[in-house]
Write a protein that binds this ligand. Structure first.
Ligand SMILES: NC(=O)c1ccc[n+]([C@@H]2O[C@H](COP(=O)([O-])OP(=O)(O)OC[C@H]3O[C@@H](n4cnc5c(N)ncnc54)[C@H](O)[C@@H]3O)[C@@H](O)[C@H]2O)c1
Length: 321
């Protein structure tokens, strides 16, 4: 069993991916790393944990050498809204970080998982039924780094034979860790505000349709793709995946079926609305279904019921502490 290294492990995805990997492959076989320096008690709680800045190649080399790493889930990145606020930093973290990961993978023969995004598409991409192979001319720095990252993964696979695998993830909805500055954060916030306050002010327009997925489906997709038969994978950059194509109004209505007094008003943030308007409304993910059996379990109704139940018990537990 090769050791697995996760970068950016303290973020929204890593907080759930690391426990899932440890449950499947053993706690000692999964090394969590992040830019954040944790106090000793915090690091001990999620051990094995190391501070690792993915923009520092020697730190990556040292971790991969020391732990004899065979697979890297490279999650560290700035998300869309955070990247737009700091484009130069986003280029450095998203591009240098991935380049360093691919170089260390080349040196040590590691498998690499790279999370691309619906942000890798742009306003000239077909927005409905967005094909697996299509126009990719994003207008955000986040999207630019995701397209360049996809191409770099393709290049390292064809030129150096590196086993790169990736997903174009949609907006992810989860209750364990807060989202990290993306355009689809509203969907998570809506659930929290419904349980806490019964009302929410949404920063995207009511009819803004985007792809979404519940975190358990995203975690399963990442692990299934990494375990899939290599010979069946036609794409080494990233596979389109989605579980639902929904608007803020539709999520609000689904929540209101459980919280009848829930109300939403809309104060559109022009920056994030412009980003959302440049993204697809619904992806065609048939290649992922065909090549490695992608099959999400949660639709909007199932996700809403589970999310609200989990959030209620999480917030009740926090109150009783
Ligand atoms: N969450 C989503 O909805 C979503 C959707 C599509 C794609 N993705 C992609 O998935 C990946 C993980 O997303 P997330 O939501 O967990 O992000 P997040 O912002 O919640 O977490 C990112 C983590 O990376 C860490 N980090 C930042 N700079 C670093 C550096 N230089 N070195 C090491 N760590 C660093 C941060 O401390 C943070 O813990 C990203 O590549 C993101 O683009 C996420």
């Amino acid at each position: 069993m090769p050791t697995i290294l996760v970068t950016g492990a303290l973020g929204q995805i890593g907080s759930e991916l690391v426990p899932a990997l440890r449950a499947r492959y053993g706690a000692d076989n999964v090394i969590a790393t992040d830019l954040k320096v944790l106090p000793p008690s915090g690091a001990a709680a999620i051990a094995p944990y190391d501070h690792l800045d993915c923009t520092e190649p020697h730190q990556l080399h040292e971790a991969v050498r020391r732990y004899e790493v065979g697979a890297i889930y490279h999650l560290a990145a700035l998300l869309s809204a955070a990247a737009e606020a700091a484009p130069q930093l986003a280029w450095s973290v998203n591009m240098s970080g991935l380049y360093n990961v691919l170089e260390v993978a080349r040196g040590y023969g590691c498998q690499v998982f790279f999370p691309s995004s619906i942000g890798a598409f742009g306003p000239t991409t077909p927005r409905d039924g967005t094909p697996q192979v299509t126009v990719q001319r994003p207008t955000t720095i986040y999207g630019v780094t995701k397209v360049a990252g996809e191409l770099l993964c393709d290049y390292y696979a064809s030129r150096f034979g590196i086993d790169t695998r990736g997903l174009r993830l949609p907006g992810l909805i989860s209750y364990v860790a807060a989202p990290g500055g993306g355009t689809t954060d509203y969907a998570v916030e809506m659930f929290y505000h419904a349980v806490r306050y019964g009302r929410y002010t949404c920063f995207l327009g009511a009819e803004t349709r985007l792809d979404m997925m519940y975190m358990p489906d995203a975690i399963a997709a990442m692990m299934d793709l990494m375990a899939a038969d290599s010979g069946r994978l036609r794409y080494r950059n990233a596979y389109n995946v989605t579980a639902m194509s929904v608007t803020p109004a539709e999520i609000a209505a689904a929540i209101a079926r459980h919280v009848p007094s829930f109300t939403v008003d809309y104060e559109v943030d022009p920056v994030r609305q412009a980003i959302a308007d440049s993204w697809p409304r619904s992806l065609d993910d048939s290649a992922a279904h065909h090549d490695w059996g992608f099959a999400p379990r949660y639709d909007l109704e199932a996700m809403t019921a589970d999310m609200l139940a989990r959030l209620r018990s999480k917030l009740a537990a926090a109150r009783s502490r």
